[in-house]
Design a protein around this ligand. Structure first.
Ligand code: NAD
Ligand code: IPM
Ligand code: MN
Length: 363
């Protein structure tokens, strides 16, 4: 089934898509370089040409030059790129994480990529830590398949606030326009993908500003008859996601809750090594990145799971208008997992290269 959000962007059958690569920090370069030949193979088999251009931004570059993401590079990403493929940003040598604020959050904000689309899908039954009734762990017949629409340009992430003596104040920004557009994106995706329920999550019982989520949700839901609009406070949703994840189809929530729930979602389906994401504004170049970070303890060991990066490539191809190679990537990943080729985070002994080789063999 197509997973495209909005109109497929920059869809031109014969054109070469320009993909800017920011491999970033820690395991970022390992998973990105493992994934690129796989994505390249799937694209090539379906007549899709990709031109990869590697950019040096990340902690090393920042520590060497003081540059996070220079304005010239930003303009190139904005004006002359069809997609950005990013590994992870975060390095213990940059404890304030200021380079991530400029590169990762900076791109989300400045490109106005208001949709952070994060699918949660069980790729093999024994990857979930949940059990089914009457079954033991690892023998699940669960069908977990939902997507999180995480608002990506507002909330506490804007970093607004101040320090007054010993009081540290963080402001959470929720605009009617920002809330409306992410909720609308979730309903539109539900409508075009045959989904029957959208779950909005906030904390309006404790945070007065979340009234805007209630108001906008009601208004957008009213325009989407036929799709059940349900609400869960985020604390209760966290519990229900563990207890009965298969009842959820589309979840829409704010920036911070979406961040937390997407790692919870990853945990339900095998961990961060399997979680892909796309930062989107329909009609513009998107930013595609695994949900996971730079995993500093794993960096340089060659054991990081490349599946999240490969599935992120599938989201990228899909958004560029190429559903067939996207499906081919997902199929190859599933077959690889079914064959038992797994990295240590998924209980196996395969290296990053082993997993990548097994996937590419199946394309
Ligand atoms: P993390 O996602 O890097 O790691 C969390 C856990 O998941 C660790 O146990 C790690 O080993 C494991 N893990 C993550 N990806 C994996 C993979 N591909 N294969 C196998 N195991 C994997 O999160 P963290 O430890 O909280 O953060 C580390 C750094 O990454 C921080 O600097 C953080 O800010 C940054 N970060 C960046 C991004 C991003 O760039 N998109 C996302 C999350 C965190
Ligand atoms: C993510 C990450 C980022 C976020 C961090 C690295 C700023 O956790 O993409 O999920 O919180 O958005
Ligand atoms: Mn996160």
């Amino acid at each position: 089934m197509s997973r495209t959000v909005g109109r497929s962007d920059r869809r031109t059958e014969k054109a070469t898509h320009r993909v800017a690569v920011i491999a970033g920090d820690g395991i970022g370069p390992e998973v990105i370089e493992a994934a690129i030949p796989i994505i390249e193979r799937a694209a090539g088999k379906h007549g899709v040409a990709l031109a990869w251009e590697r950019l040096p931004y990340g902690a090393d570059h920042y520590l060497k030059t003081g540059e996070t993401l220079p304005e010239k590079a930003f303009r190139k990403l904005r004006d002359d790129t069809d997609a950005i493929f990013l590994g992870a940003i975060g390095d213990p040598r940059v404890p304030g994480n200021e380079h991530a604020r400029d590169i990762l959050l900076g791109l989300r904000f400045k490109l106005d990529l208001y949709i952070n689309f994060r699918p949660v899908r069980l790729l093999h039954p024994d990857l979930t830590p949940l059990r089914s009734d009457g079954r033991t762990v690892g023998q699940s017949d669960r069908n977990i398949d939902f997507v999180i629409f995480r608002e990506n340009t507002e909330g506490v992430y804007l970093g607004r606030g101040r320090v007054e003596g010993q009081t540290y104040i963080a402001e959470e920004i929720n605009t009617a326009r920002g809330v409306e557009r992410i909720i609308r994106a979730a309903f539109e995706w539900a409508r075009t993908h045959g989904k029957t329920r959208v779950t909005m999550s906030d904390k309006s019982n404790a945070v007065p500003a979340h009234r805007v989520w209630q108001e906008q949700f009601k208004a957008v839901a009213a325009a989407h008859a036929g799709i059940e609009a349900e609400h869960r406070y985020v604390d209760a949703l966290a519990m229900d996601l563990v207890r009965k994840p298969e009842r959820f189809q589309v979840i829409v929530t704010n920036n911070l809750y979406g961040d937390i729930l997407s790692d919870l979602g990853a945990g339900l389906v095998g961990g961060l090594g399997f979680a892909a994401s796309a930062n989107l504004h329909p009609g513009r170049a998107g930013l595609f990145e695994p949900v996971h970070g730079s995993a500093p303890p794993l960096a340089g060991k060659g054991v990081a799971n490349p599946v999240a990066a490969v599935l992120t490539g599938a989201l990228m191809l899909e958004q560029l208008g190429h559903a067939e190679p996207a499906r081919a990537l997902e199929r190859a990943v599933k077959e690889t997992l079914a064959a038992g080729v797994r990295s240590p985070d998924a209980g196996g002994t395969a290296t990053t290269r082993d997993v990548a080789a097994a996937i590419i063999d199946r394309i």
